[in-house]
Design a protein around this ligand. Sequence first.
Ligand code: AMP
Ligand code: MG
Length: 337
Amino acid sequence: MENFTVIIQEKIGYFCVFYKEKMVREDDIIKAASYIREGKLVAFPTETVYGLGANALDPLAVAKIFELKRRPSFDPLIVHIADIRDISTLVATNDNRIYQLAEKFWPGPLTLVLPKKSTVPDIVTAGLPNVGIRMPNHPIALSLIKQAQRPIAAPSANKFGKVSPTTAQHVQKHLPGVDFILDGGKTQVGIESTIIKLNEKGFDILRNGVITKEDIEKIIPYAPEDKDKNAVLASGMMHSHYSPDKPIYILNDNLKVDREKAGLLSFTGQDIYGYKKVIYVSKNTDMREYAANLFEAIHQLEDSDVDYIVAEPVPEEGIGMAIMDRLKKASYRYQKR
Ligand code: AMP
Ligand code: MG
């Protein structure tokens, strides 16, 4: 990871994490962890986006997440753990495939949806019998969870339906009411985790991310389920989500753009002339880099003087599936239908 140095202080056993000029001190992690134990809310960086965390085993603390985010109570939260042994305290199955996947992809941006134990409060799973679990690949997140000695329920730290935060400043701007923010600089992956659900035959994808179907198929087979039309609508499955306050459109031949008023999210770096602002979301048309910079770029254009945003589409394969998924949801409510 470029510009990212982790110094493990062996004597005290905690991390000091530097990201460029940023450092999270041991004292801050200890304070944040005691906030979690006291039922308060802490925003913290993960490798995907910033999370808004609470003690997953404390229903009142979890309720504060829904309140601050204005998140509808039917939308379940992902529980973050720091040790594979914690799976068995939350999950009511001993399925060996869980450990195969965890060994391959954790810590990392893959969430597993699994049958829950009664220790997991219903508010966390929005009343569903399953719980989403993952181990984030970020030293600050991991040391916060370890220090708190609690699993941490954490959705993205933004108002419901809005663009996810990739910096502490985004969190501060959108959720000033949060009790504490651990500032670890800009997140590296930049879009939310891949979410899969295990079934008898293999796995189904609930949300695309940078870990792709092809990556997971190397471990267990892809076995999509018939989607239940009455299933709870969750953000991973909603048509409209990740939506900025300014209109955003995906470029296509029929879209009429007044370039003098528009900001462009560019993938190829081509046909950029005349736009009021252009953001090269990736150099060298690299999808991983595009994913890492996408939300940051949308935040920038949202805060700039452009009237609306247009996004050049990327090829819908591999990580491009996850990127196009975010762009389609962000632009859904602005589309002419
Ligand atoms: P986020 O708001 O980015 O943390 O993502 C949370 C999303 O994870 C939800 O909107 C759901 O799409 C998905 N999710 C979490 N827990 C579950 C669950 N128990 N069953 C199905 N989907 C889940
Ligand atoms: Mg979210």
